[in-house]
Design a protein around this ligand. Structure first.
Ligand code: FMN
Length: 451
């Protein structure tokens, strides 16, 4: 069978998409606090046979810039953050096949809680759930959860590793055939097939037994998006779908090859771990129309967007520094998202980049943050095909420039062209997200054998 692209919609439970200016776009709908807003997007995505809609998340609004929330709230720079798992259920009720995933933090949540939320989601969504495993990265999140400071980078990943031991452990404590449901005999489930976890580790203690039976996918699909060395090691060990940001195709090819090697070195099958870079698609009936759309989108950005969002992810107030003043080694070492910092150091060609370098090289807060595929359906499909066959990826994470128009354009214009080329599914391949991603069904017995 031909390789089929995985297409993921990159959603936010927010007042804007990944692109903060998207709420200012003339055609964006602003009913983002209602279920109808998300259900409308979900139905559009399912119409286009998109495999997965996924929400990012952060546990604080971005108030590190200038040390106050005035800019973020005043300008609407990702100022609203609702709980995405609740929204997933609303979307699930409006669809049958669309996969539905969300981010939950390993830094501030408890593993038992996360295991229960996602096992329940996978049951209620009949095997369509996915979890994006993140380590939280800034002090605003720490302060919301009663901590004075956020955790150091590698320690966050150490905690995340143990977090996974607990979550996976609980998910695998109900054997596949533990439920009996025999009314006549009065036997509900086989106690010999439901086990206690009894986890006692460095960061967590969790006893069990887990209170949710095994779900149709065995367990939800696991997503990860860390790009530092430590982040990649974590992804190679746990993730089934990995989100990345590539500066360009060349960097993507190199990363893809080295990451697949890391997966093999971790003792897993590289074909069963997919890599999908974030991108923006601006597609229209003609090249001129696509360029006109792009101009409207670019016009929606404000300089404050970049400064607020860079301060947020690097956990540093970019308002406290001169625009052309280089960061010291010490300041750089403290930046929270290592993959982001390393990309700017590499592509600015400077060991000590300035605020301007971070803004211009990262493109954060603008469409330049991700690869932009712009043009007619044919030219956009050509570009995506080049990345897919290089190979630099197994699919794409489609960030939206405006809502819901971005996804309507993708589904109406781009998807048919990808399908015509045999690059994208024309029908959902099965009932569960695993079926539609071509991922194997995990078995509890395999987890125990591997331990
Ligand atoms: C497509 C995509 C989605 C992401 N979603 C989130 C998110 O929801 N929450 C978050 O804190 N980080 C998110 N990240 C960033 C990283 O996963 C994460 O913040 C991590 O701390 C960075 O790890 P690193 O230092 O290993 O690069 C995302 C990155 C990408 C490419």
């Amino acid at each position: 069978m031909n390789r089929v692209m995985t297409l993921v919609a990159f959603l936010q439970a927010q007042n804007c998409s990944n692109l903060p200016g998207s709420w200012r776009h003339p055609s964006t709908m602003l009913d983002f606090t209602t279920p109808e807003y998300y259900q409308r997007i979900a139905r559009t995505l399912e119409d286009g046979k998109i495999q997965l809609a996924f929400f990012d998340d952060r546990l604080a609004l971005p108030d590190l810039y200038t040390g106050h929330h005035a800019d973020a709230v005043g300008a609407g720079v990702r100022a609203v953050k609702m709980d995405p798992s609740t929204i997933l259920m609303a979307m699930g009720m409006a669809t049958q096949k669309l996969g539905l995933g969300t981010t939950y933090s390993t830094t501030y949540y408890e593993p038992y809680h996360v295991a229960r939320v996602f096992a329940t989601l996978d049951l209620m969504l009949k095997g369509r759930a996915a979890w994006n495993i993140v380590t939280s990265l800034n002090s605003a999140e720490a302060l919301n959860f009663g901590h004075a400071e956020h955790m150091e980078h590698d320690a966050r990943y150490d905690r995340a590793d143990e977090f996974m031991d607990v979550v996976m452990g609980h998910w695998n404590t109900w054997e596949d055939d533990a439920l009996i449901l025999d009314k006549a005999e009065g036997r509900f489930a086989d106690p010999a097939k439901v086990h206690r976890l009894d986890h006692e580790g460095r960061y967590f203690r969790s006893r069990g037994p887990f209170s949710v039976p095994r779900s149709p996918q065995g367990h939800p699909v696991l997503i990860q998006a860390g790009q530092s060395g430590r982040g990649q090691a974590f992804a190679a060990q746990w993730a089934e779908l990995v989100f990345v940001i590539y500066h360009d195709l060349e960097a993507g090819k190199q990363h893809y090859a080295s990451f697949k090697k890391a997966v093999a070195a971790a003792g897993r099958d590289p074909a069963q771990v997919q890599v999908a870079p974030a991108c923006y698609v601006i597609v229209a009936e003609s090249e001129d129309a696509a360029q006109a759309k792009r101009a409207v989108i670019e016009d929606s950005a404000r300089p404050v967007d970049a400064l607020v969002l860079i301060s947020e992810v690097l956990n540093y107030d970019f308002g406290a520094k001169g625009y052309d003043e280089p960061f010291s080694d010490e300041e750089l070492a403290g930046f929270s998202w290592h993959g982001f910092r390393e990309r700017v150091v590499k592509h600015s060609g400077k060991k000590n980049p300035t605020v301007r370098d971070f803004v211009e090289v990262s493109g954060r807060g603008t469409i330049a943050e991700h690869k932009v595929f712009c043009g007619t359906p044919k030219s956009v499909a050509d570009q995506m095909e080049e990345w897919f066959t290089a190979p630099a990826c197994d699919g794409f994470v489609l960030a939206a420039t405006h809502m819901p128009g971005s996804y309507e354009d993708v589904v109406r214009l781009l998807v048919p062209e990808l399908q015509r080329r045999g690059l994208f599914q024309t029908e959902y391949r099965g009932a569960t997200l695993r079926d539609n991603l071509g991922l194997p069904m995990p078995r509890a017995a395999d987890w125990h054998a591997a331990r």
